[in-house]
Write a protein of this length. Structure first.
Length: 348
């Protein structure tokens, strides 16, 4: 496939659950990609995508403070999927890192003449049942500083998104979009074996909740309705590089149109993969909610980015593909003589 007229795309968080999926889909679509990771993950990332000649890595130790002058050379677009980890610094530093970190990478991109910038936001920045461009969850910086890690995460994403929008207003010459997914689940990308050469629950991100369906005493579930398959999140980010309308929305909530109940998930696995039945979680421990989907208008996503309503992965596809991929990964670990056990503690 030709890479002509397609920009070199710089992806942050490229060794992450979502970032690796974005890298994979970009490469499959013929884009040249420079993926950013840190520490030992740089070599793992290189190995994961070694079959693609148009893939290269960049070591970025901290996205919030890095010097991007060399890393942005030749880059035409940035997809910023890395998130500063909550709990690694005191809350004030973490909050400031999310805001200043977003502004830092935007300023560096502007300096390098990059015109396209896609950021991963989060559905948690919208209040329940209000997904308009000016709807914001009413969390304050003070509550974030005093609250638990999840309150801090919500605030980090909210004030980070607001900083990006403010920058976008001041820089109309740049095309900036924030996609806001809810909980992301879905199969780990081909090649992820190299990013998790041994069992590492933290590397699975929120997908750990799906992996824990393979633990009979599991009672850990995500905290609120609204999911989107990681493959859909990735393709929507990529569609953001070539919007169909010039005046597209800048902050875009994205969600699966299908209800996603983990009781159904357990049933899908039990019916389609009977060999896994004795490993399955007890459906009576799945939380009961009034609804298992979010009422988000997806028409703007279709109009501006060409994502049709019928093209989203169903909940059944998400669950069975994810479980099949975990079984593949387990076989890979076992073939290396490693001990494999689904952890008991929640992924977050
Ligand atoms: N997963 C979800 O359900 C969900 C839902 C809504 C939004 N999101 C957003 O989606 C994005 C990706 O999330 P994910 O689930 O893919 O998480 P993930 O697997 O933890 O990926 C995040 C990546 O960002 C990197 N990173 C974090 N802080 C960094 C820093 N200061 N400097 C350099 N790299 C840094 C991490 O590197 P290390 O591996 O080296 O730590 C990791 O590879 C995030 O923006 C997140 O807020 C996720």
């Amino acid at each position: 496939m030709s890479t002509e007229s397609k920009p070199l795309v710089f992806v942050t968080g490229a060794a992450g659950f979502l970032g690796s999926q974005i890298v994979h889909q970009l490469l499959e679509a013929g884009y040249a990609v420079r993926g950013a990771a840190r520490g030992r993950k740089v070599a793992m990332l290189k190995k994961a995508f070694e079959k693609y000649p148009q893939f290269e890595t960049a070591e970025i130790t901290d996205i919030a403070t890095a010097d991007y002058s060399a890393a942005f050379e030749g880059v035409g677009a940035v997809i910023h999927a890395a998130a500063p980890l909550p709990g690694r610094a005191d809350s004030e530093t973490a909050l400031n890192g999310a805001i200043e970190g977003s502004l830092h990478i935007l300023r560096e991109a502007e300096k390098a003449g990059i015109k396209k910038f896609i950021a991963t936001g989060s559905m948690v920045t919208f209040p329940e049942n209000a997904y308009g461009p000016n709807d914001w969850v009413p969390v304050t910086k003070e509550q974030a500083v005093e609250g638990n890690a999840f309150v801090l995460y919500i605030a980090e994403k909210k004030f980070g998104e607001q900083a990006v929008l403010d920058f976008a207003d001041k820089h109309p010459e740049m095309d900036i979009t924030i996609f806001c997914p809810p909980w992301i689940f879905g199969p780990l990308v081909p090649g992820f074996e190299h990013i998790v050469p041994e069992p590492d629950f933290a590397a699975l991100s929120t997908d750990g909740f799906v992996y824990q369906l393979l633990r009979p005493d599991n009672a850990n579930y995500h905290y609120s309705p609204g999911v989107l398959d990681v493959r859909d999140v990735a393709r929507i980010h990529i569609a953001g590089l070539t919007p169909l309308t010039r005046d597209h929305p800048k902050r875009v909530p994205i969600v699966s149109p299908y209800p996603a109940d983990f009781r159904d998930a357990i049933k899908y696995i039990s019916d389609a993969r009977p060999e896994l039945r004795e490993r399955l979680a007890d459906p009576s421990k799945v939380p009961v909610w009034p609804s298992y989907k979010l009422d988000v208008d997806l028409a703007p996503v279709e109009k501006a980015f060409g994502i049709s309503l019928g093209s989203y992965k169903t909940w059944k596809e998400t669950i069975l593909d994810t479980i099949d991929r975990f079984i593949e990964l387990e076989s890979h670990w076992k073939s290396k003589g490693l001990k494999v056990e689904v952890p008991a503690a929640p992924p977050m």
